[in-house]
Design a protein around this ligand. Structure first.
Ligand SMILES: [Zn+2]
Length: 424
């Protein structure tokens, strides 16, 4: 029977001693059920040592798999830290004492180290401007650091060139455990600092910070940093987005491809002319909208004149205006134009509370519902009849006005309504 062994604490894991180690042969120390998800059990496994970094310091946990002596290849669901222990989450139980090999997804680890080490360097440069990094987050493509205030474009450019200069200068990155003079306020509360190990990450003589994560060995391995947009958040803080490493060239290609499609396919111009072309389109769009608004007003005025004439001749007249689309703009405009005529001409023959009745209605079974407005003494009678013909009509009113909404027309309903309105 295998002797029970103890595991290495987080802080002294193989991946923390050598972040360039891609695999490790080790033994299982403990294995217990973790939680049951959709009836399939998961297990948390402690190893003698690990090359898999558990989540921490803003860095996600490693991905990878465990191979057993009998040839099983078990993917890692996650690696978590529980106080001082690193736990490997998998969907198969492992025998205590058995030998296994841990293999990490190396490309992902390199990417994580580039983003994470890049953030250390970026924050170190902002520290020189008394701009403390309040928090940071690694994203799938883009990361951010949260700063106490918004940074002007000139400083963003200055910091970006300083950080890239430090990358070019190839400063060595080392981890030490001499923590005598360091601010340890950012270490998680559940990490036992007396029993555990506080690791200090030193970038040349530029920066020293306690951090449990995995880091590159030299600033040159960050390759490049690009600073992107800023977003204001609570308390006047600002999130400055950035990306590092191999992601920089991928992001540049993605952005270039977007611009190429926009310029070549959508705007038929050179990339350099996109801004001018969009300005031009925007001006034309505003002009077109203003022309449409004027045309709607003109059409509405014609319709209102027609109704005014009808009402002038017959004090019991009923008129309706119908639009197939459910945009209320035209109907509102007709009502406005008609009311202006009535009020300005002070005609005693026309009175929409005691004499004539106006019905405004729009939409059909293809539009997303519609609206109805009735002004006049017959509002109640007509709305009662319309409710018989439209299943999804909801609304109300008092006296000589009725206002309703149709959430959805069934197919023959609007035809039946129009026949009815025509018969009035
Ligand atoms: Zn770190």
């Amino acid at each position: 029977m295998a002797t029970a062994k103890t595991s290495t604490i987080v802080g002294a894991l193989a991946c923390q001693k050598d972040s360039f180690l891609k695999s490790l042969e080790t033994q299982v120390v403990s294995c217990s059920e973790f939680l049951t998800k959709n009836d399939s059990p998961l297990y948390k496994v402690e190893m003698v040592d690990s090359v898999c970094f558990p989540e921490g310091g803003g860095q996600p946990c490693d991905e990878g798999f465990i191979t057993t002596l009998d040839g099983n290849k078990i993917p890692l669901k996650s690696v978590i830290r529980e106080k001082l222990k690193a736990l490997h989450i998998i969907d198969k139980p492992l025998d205590i004492g058995s030998s296994v090999k841990l293999i990490i997804d190396w490309d992902k680890r390199v990417d994580y180290m580039q983003q994470h080490t890049g953030q250390h360097l970026l924050s170190a440069v902002f520290d020189q401007y008394q701009l403390e990094t309040l928090s940071w987050k690694m994203g799938e493509q883009i990361n951010y650091i949260e700063l106490p205030k918004k940074i002007d474009d000139k400083l963003v450019e200055e910091v970006q060139s300083k950080v890239n200069q430090l990358i070019f200068e190839s400063h060595p990155i080392e981890v030490t455990t001499d923590d005598s003079e360091l601010d340890t306020s950012h270490i998680p509360e559940d990490y036992d600092q007396d029993e555990g190990i506080v690791r200090i990450v030193k970038i040349g003589n530029i920066d020293a910070n306690p951090c449990c994560g995995t880091h590159l060995k030299n600033t040159s391995q960050i390759l490049s940093i690009v600073l992107l947009n800023q977003v204001s958040v609570r308390g006047g803080h600002s999130r400055l987005f950035f990306t590092c490493g191999y992601r920089v060239s991928k992001l540049t290609s993605n952005y270039y491809n977007i611009l190429k499609t926009v310029s070549g396919v959508q705007l038929s111009c050179q990339i350099e002319d996109v801004t001018n072309k969009v300005d031009q389109l925007s001006t034309n769009y505003k002009k077109a909208n203003s022309t449409i608004a004027n045309l709607i007003k003109e059409l509405a005025n014609n319709k209102a004149t027609e109704i005014y004439d009808k009402f002038s001749k017959d004090e019991n007249a009923i008129a309706y205006v119908y639009r197939e689309d459910n945009n209320p703009e035209f109907l509102t405009s007709v009502q406005k134009e008609l009311m202006t005529m009535i009020n300005s001409k002070k005609s005693k023959e026309i009175d929409l509370s005691t004499k004539q009745t106006l019905i405004l209605i729009n939409g059909n079974h293809q539009s997303n519902g519609g609206m109805i407005k009735i002004l006049g003494p017959k509002a109640t009678d007509i709305s009662t009849e319309l409710k018989q013909r439209i299943g999804n009509l909801k609304g109300g009113g008092k006296g000589s006005t009725y206002q309703g909404k149709i959430t959805k027309y069934d197919k023959p309903e609007i035809e039946s309504v129009l026949l009815y309105l025509e018969s009035l």
